[in-house]
Design a protein. Structure first.
Length: 237
């Protein structure tokens, strides 16, 4: 069993042997197993392309997979700063052009943090709510905190649960007392790509795999672990 990168017709692995000087590539095969694994560590943008698994039998068998890797960069629609009066509601929207499971309506697992601490979504008495959904292949997570207090001021960040190395999006929230009315008072300096209703999208940040015109399934199974940026490609006879 061999794995070939089609853009340069480079044989990456054949059996248990690796035929590239790039140490990120590795062949994994367990004894008595019919699974042959191509592992690519620390995937990079230029790893995008078609990979072909070839099986040397009397009748040559092969199957191809197209892999596209794009940086995931969460964006908070309200911008970098949000000013509001004490008692108002804090409404933050995190846009991530990535869907963890395309068959799942909930989208990617999004974590919200306040000053580095994970926000407790179960504090219903404070009116803290998080709603995450998929809209047009984009994950949108909304954080709502009713009755803002002074100690709700600070840095809020959103990040992917499954991608710890992805840089979170951060916004600084300023909760003002009734007597404060700075010239900068506003409902947030929105991200230039953000529009009411979230019609415009954040950067095209997603990772997905497909075989020609459809998602990988059946003979060729692909799993991408964003938390460590690894691609595992499996093929079965």
């Amino acid at each position: 069993v061999s794995w070939v990168r089609q853009k340069d017709l480079h044989i990456l692995t054949s059996g248990d042997y690796v035929y590239t000087s790039d140490s990120r590539f590795r062949s994994i095969h367990l004894a008595q197993s019919t699974d042959w694994t191509l592992e690519i560590l620390d995937t990079q943008i230029n790893d995008t392309g078609v990979y072909e698994c070839q099986i040397s039998t009397e009748t040559k068998l092969s199957t191809s997979v197209f892999l596209e890797i794009i940086d995931v960069k969460p964006v908070i629609a309200e911008g970098s700063d949000l000013y509001l009066q004490k008692g108002a509601s804090i409404n933050l929207t995190c846009l991530i052009n990535f869907v963890e499971d395309r068959g799942a309506a909930k989208g990617a697992s999004v974590f919200w943090n306040h000053n580095g601490n994970l926000i407790n979504y179960d504090t219903e008495k404070r009116g803290v709510k998080v709603k995450t959904e998929v809209v047009d292949k984009e994950t949108i997570s909304r954080l709502i905190i009713n009755g803002a207090r002074s100690n709700d001021s600070g840095n809020y960040s959103c990040s992917l649960n499954s991608a710890s190395s992805v840089t979170p999006a951060v916004i600084k929230v300023h909760v003002l007392n009734g007597g404060e009315n700075p010239a900068a008072m506003q409902h947030g300096k929105g991200h230039e790509n953000s529009v009411s209703g979230i019609n415009n999208k954040a950067n095209n940040n997603s990772v997905y795999v497909s075989t020609r015109d459809k998602l990988c399934h059946g003979l060729l199974r692909i799993t991408i672990f964003l938390s460590c940026y690894k691609l595992f490609a499996y093929t079965r006879r």
